[in-house]
Design a protein around this ligand. Structure first.
Ligand code: NAD
Length: 476
């Protein structure tokens, strides 16, 4: 079968870069903590001196407000670099572990060694952050890496490439821009580790490709993240937090609250407070939200149409729009929209929303909310808003989620002390700080014999050995 030339070129370029890096991988693996920190500092300094360029790229891609680029793209990177640089020496040190009685005469330790060639495939919604944050962990671990940014945000993708080309030689880190064909050409190569951020559907394709080479994977995926608001919650503060967490980046955040389950006793107050919160964030000057500088856009027409179809489908099936609902196709604009009267027959409640539509369901007993969550895929994030420790602990202990936050939203991503990631459908593996370092490292268990022997266990299996084994299984 004839392979089109373009595709062949992509495959050749992918292989060329991969081989170049493979030859360098073992040298990179042997870099010291200081050498890795020096590389991270170069990245830090470059980012700090190109802030406006980063803001312009994300603005041109989907009108991301500059403040959201500073918080959601740059700050998460600079803080991760600082945290990693501060702790890397300790992470890289061999960790001595105790010697079990049966192994007396040996000493043991755990040594984190670089996995080698890493592939990072990133999505479009935080296009700088999600391409470079895994890279920080890869560099910390001593890996070489190829990054494939998303084709849906071309200005940010070009910026990522520019950063990488300015900071790293291609044998250490390289960027291959493009779409599915570039992704697939890269996925055909025998990388040691693949760090993928994107949808569960593509995550399955990535994992199948990784299986061909038995590459390890980190899959940072998505799904529907539920948010519970119980009758004890501070309703005004909660409504404000949810409005912020939902409409940041125009709802195109993997850990955005996908839908709200509110106690029936506080539902109408919640909706009132939510209206006020939205107005205070986007209409303070009395102008409509489409004129606000603080509100991004849907990334492209395909995603705009997808969201519009969820909204139309919900309305056709009997849902009510309590706030918003206005759409402007030519501008990929959808108003902050709150919808009630939803049920599982609606697309809105079947698919990850990933846009500024917020369905609100009501419950009467917390068990109903928990049962609903447990009847669906395990979420990437679970949020509980409550002033009752008992209620919050009940929800946390009777559900499963990648991360769980009580009375807060989104900040799990920027907290390097806790692992960030999903579980099953929402992801495999973790990132952030030490957890990200571990993903790109092989935890090599090392044993060194100092004295003694295990020769007394070798064949022939005499009665003495059998007696000894009997003793060992009982007492050692
Ligand atoms: P996506 O899965 O469509 O694309 C992600 C990357 O995969 C892109 O670089 C794309 O070019 C590539 N890709 C697409 N189809 C492919 C295929 N068939 N074979 C190989 N590669 C392919 O995701 P998206 O639309 O860019 O991002 C949105 C999704 O990402 C949402 O589900 C969101 O929840 C999730 N997400 C997760 C996190 C997280 O940290 N867990 C962060 C951001 C986004």
């Amino acid at each position: 079968m004839d392979v089109p030339l373009v595709k062949q070129d992509i495959q050749q370029e992918a292989r060329r870069l991969f081989e170049k890096q493979r030859q360098f991988a073992s040298r990179m693996a042997q870099t010291t903590a200081s050498e890795r920190i020096e590389r991270l500092n170069r990245l830090y300094n470059y980012l700090l001196s190109h802030l406006e360029e980063a803001q312009e790229a994300t603005y041109r891609d989907f009108r991301k407000p500059a403040a959201e680029t500073m918080l959601g793209e740059i700050y998460v990177l600079t803080s991760e670099i600082k945290y990693t640089s501060k702790h890397l020496r300790r992470w890289m040190k061999p960790q001595k572990v105790p010697t079990p009685l049966g192994a007396i005469g040996t000493s043991s330790y755990i040594q984190y060694e670089a996995k080698g060639n890493a592939l990072i495939i990133s999505p479009w919604n935080y296009p700088i952050n999600l391409a470079l944050k895994p890279l920080i962990s890869a560099i910390a671990a001593g890996c070489v890496a190829i990054i494939k940014p998303s084709e849906l945000t071309p200005h940010s993708s070009a910026f990522v490439r520019k950063v990488v080309e300015a900071v790293f030689p291609p044998e250490e880190v390289a960027v291959m821009e493009g779409g599915m064909d570039v992704s697939q050409a890269l996925l055909a190569l025998p990388f040691n580790h693949i760090f993928f951020t994107g949808s569960p559907q593509v995550g399955k394709i990535v994992m199948k490709a990784a299986a061909e080479h038995l590459a390890s994977v980190t899959l940072e995926l998505g799904g529907k993240s539920p948010t519970i608001v119980d009758e004890t919650a501070d309703i005004a503060a909660t409504a404000q937090k949810i409005a912020w967490g939902k409409f940041l980046n125009n709802g195109q955040t993997c850990i955005a609250p996908d839908y709200v389950m509110v106690h029936s006793g506080v539902k109408s107050r919640f909706i009132d407070e939510f209206r006020k919160a939205v107005a205070s964030m986007y209409n303070q000057d009395g102008k409509p939200t489409e004129d606000s500088d603080s509100y991004a856009r849907i990334v492209n027409d395909r995603h705009f149409q997808r969201l519009k179809s969820y909204l139309d489908d919900a309305i056709n099936k009997g849902a009510s729009v309590e706030l918003g609902g206005k759409t402007i196709a030519a501008d990929n604009f959808i108003e902050p929209t709150l919808i009630t009267g939803v049920n599982d027959s609606m697309m809105l409640m079947q698919e990850e929303i990933f846009g500024p539509l917020l369905p609100v369901m009501e419950y009467h007993d917390l068990r109903e909310a928990v049962n609903y969550i447990n009847a669906h895929e395990k979420p990437l994030a679970l949020y509980v808003h409550s002033r009752s420790d008992r209620n919050a602990d009940y929800v946390l202990s009777s559900t499963s989620a990648g991360n769980a936050l009580v009375n807060e939203l989104l900040f799990q991503f920027g907290n390097p002390e806790i692992p960030f990631g999903g579980v099953n459908n929402s992801g495999i593996g973790k990132s952030n700080g030490y957890f990200g370092f571990q993903e790109f490292s092989n935890a090599k268990g090392v044993m060194k014999r100092k004295f003694g022997t295990t020769r007394f266990l070798y064949p022939p299996y005499t009665d003495k050995i059998k007696k000894l084994l009997n003793f060992m299984v009982r007492y050692l």
